[in-house]
Each structure stands twice: as C-alpha cells, then as structure tokens.
Ligand binder design. Sequence first.
Ligand code: NAP
Length: 362
Amino acid sequence: MAKHTVTLIPGDGIGPEITDAMRRVVEATGVDIAWEVVEAGADVMEKYGTPLPEHVIESVRKNAVAIKGPVTTPVGTGFRSVNVALRRALDLYVNLRPAFSIAGTGARYDDVDIVIVRENTEDLYAGVEFEEGKTETLELIEFVEAHGAGSIRRDSGISLKPISITGSERIVRYAFEYALANSRSKVTAVHKANILKYSDGLYLDVARRVAAEYEGRVEFEDRIVDATCMGLVMHPEDFDVLVLPNLYGDIVSDLAAGLVGGLGIAPGANIGTDAAVFEPVHGSAPKYTGKDMANPTAEILTAVLMLQHLGEREAADKILAGVRSVLAEGTKVTYDIRRTNTGSTDGAVGTQAYADAIIATF
Ligand code: NAP
C-alpha cells in the first residue's frame, strides 16, 4: 500500500495538462503517493446531474488530502462554483496563499516572502444577498430604518457581511500556529475596523485577544486594509504572515501574487480541520486548453505545499529547488515568463517540456 493516498481532481481547461505535469514532477521525486483520480466540473454535469458529485466529496473526506486543477465556472447558467461548493462542503476555512520571490520570473521585487491567510467561509462571500426590488429586500430596508440603524435607498441591492467570533478566532489562531510551525516572526491582522465597527471591529477585537496568547513568541500588529495595500507595494519586506477576512484576503492575495510574478506561479491551499484541498490561485484559462502552453509552476508549487502538509519535506524541497533552478536559468520557461522577461513569447517551451526540465534537475 502507498504511504499516502491523495484525491486528484484534474479540472478542465488547462487543468488536465498542468496537473499531469505536476503529477510527473511529484512522482519523479520518488515520494510514495497513490492518486485517486475523480472528475468534477461542467464535463461531468450530464452524467451525474451536478458539477460536484457526492463521490468526489467522499473521496476527499476519506483521503483528507486533495490536489486539484482549476474548474471553469460558466457565467450566468445557475451553475454553482465547484470550488466554493467544495470549500463549503468540507468547511475548509483557511485559504493559504504564500507569495515568495523566485529569480527569473521578471517580477518587480526579489525579496518578497509573504504568507496570506484568508478566511474562507464568511464575510461578503457568505452568499447572503437581497436582490433590488424584491419584497424581502424592501422589508429588510424597512427593518433597518425601524431599528434606527440607518437609511438605505429603496432601489438598493444588498449583500450582507457577517463576521463571527467563531470564524475570526479560528482563522487568527491558524495564522499564529502557522507562524510558530514555520518559524515566522510576525502576524499582521488586516481590517477596516475604523469604519466597519461591528464586523471588522469584532474581527480586530478577537485578533487582539488571540494575539495575547502568543505574546513573546510571535509579534503582532494590525493594519487598515487600504494602508496595507500601499505598504505591500512600497515595502513588501515589512510583511510576514497576514491574516484577513474573506474579501480583503481575496484582493490582497492577488496583489501579493502580482509582486512576485503573477498568476502563473501563485500556489494555494484550502485547509479545514478534517481535510485540505490544494489548488493554484489561477483559473482554467480556457483559451490555452490543449495547447501545451500554460505555465504549470503554480500547480507544481501547490504540490510543494501539499507535500509539506504530508510531512514530505525532502520531496517538497527538491521540487522547489528544481523550479528555482529552471526559472533562474531562463531558457526552458513557458510563454508567460518569456513574455515578461523579453517582451516576446519567442523561444518559450511548452508545459510538459518545462516539467521535464524540472525533473532533469533531480
Ligand atoms: P484565469 O483562468 O486565471 O486566466 C486569466 C489569465 O491569467 C490567462 O488568460 C493568462 O493570461 C493568465 N494565466 C492564468 N493561469 C495561467 C497559467 N497557468 N499559465 C500562464 N498564464 C496563466 O482567469 P479567468 O479567465 O478569469 O477564469 C477562467 C475560468 O476559471 C472561470 O470560469 C473562473 O470561474 C475559473 N476559475 C477557477 C478557479 C479554480 O478552479 N480554483 C480559480 C479562478 C477562476 P494571458 O492571457 O495574459 O496569457
């Protein structure tokens, strides 16, 4: 029996190509993994009547670890996002998105080493929304006014921003435990508590309370989200671990990805108490489907996070060193990296040739 069994969801668009490259790189390290391949997304809709069949969720639950490629969410079809549904079904409350500099990516900075810990279950992403003009929306507007909580224009649509003590406490605690486990020295809680007193204000209170438990072991600071964005662009070296409510986390993590070279190299993980699903930040980039062009680095670095989670440090370090060496050498890189570095895609290699170059460093 293999040492680890991992659920593999190839996804669609560029997903199958980049997960194939990732799988070959992981296997070439010699790590003992059995892959349980299951399909999700639009392609299985006809067969199972849902883009996220129950056996996919069951597989992740059983194995506790999954890695996936991106899955397309068609716009305006009532088709639920597989990614959001999976996070909800398994209560994957942490979205972990490290952003670190790799030489050769053409990024604007060469000294970034940030970890974004984004809350994944509440805030404006809770999906509690009221459509403009609906009876219940007008009732809500009247309720707000009747309770002296303010006035809202009657032709408004409304999205609620619930932030709980429970949700805030577990995400901030995760950030501190992550800092301790990974020898990181500082956690920054990001918020807009000066304006949003009862949601972000609550989050900040909880963050301060949790931070007190780690005093002397991990440094703590809090920053307003707008000032954080400016700080990240001007002095990214000032930041270490950032912990943010859902929406700010989504935006700031893309900003952080931009500091280190963009979506093609940004890895991610969704982590809960009982399971973890590893996936890159980027989507299915449909225009590159089947062209052997997409950059698999984000998916491969996502596998590095997965191997670290599985305790396979040696294999993780080997892959990271291989990625660094191929990107620094600069001749066997995909179109996006080539374009950033030279202004042209001439001389770029394909997805699989890039993976082969990484394997050749082992
Ligand atoms: P996207 O798929 O991330 O692609 C946007 C652009 O980013 C691409 O056109 C490409 O830029 C660049 N890019 C992304 N991945 C790349 C890679 N591996 N290598 C090189 N370049 C890469 O974003 P989108 O077009 O907004 O979304 C497409 C679909 O993916 C949507 O249905 C969305 O809902 C879904 N999505 C899924 C996930 C997920 O499964 N977790 C996450 C996000 C989005 P250039 O054109 O400049 O080369």
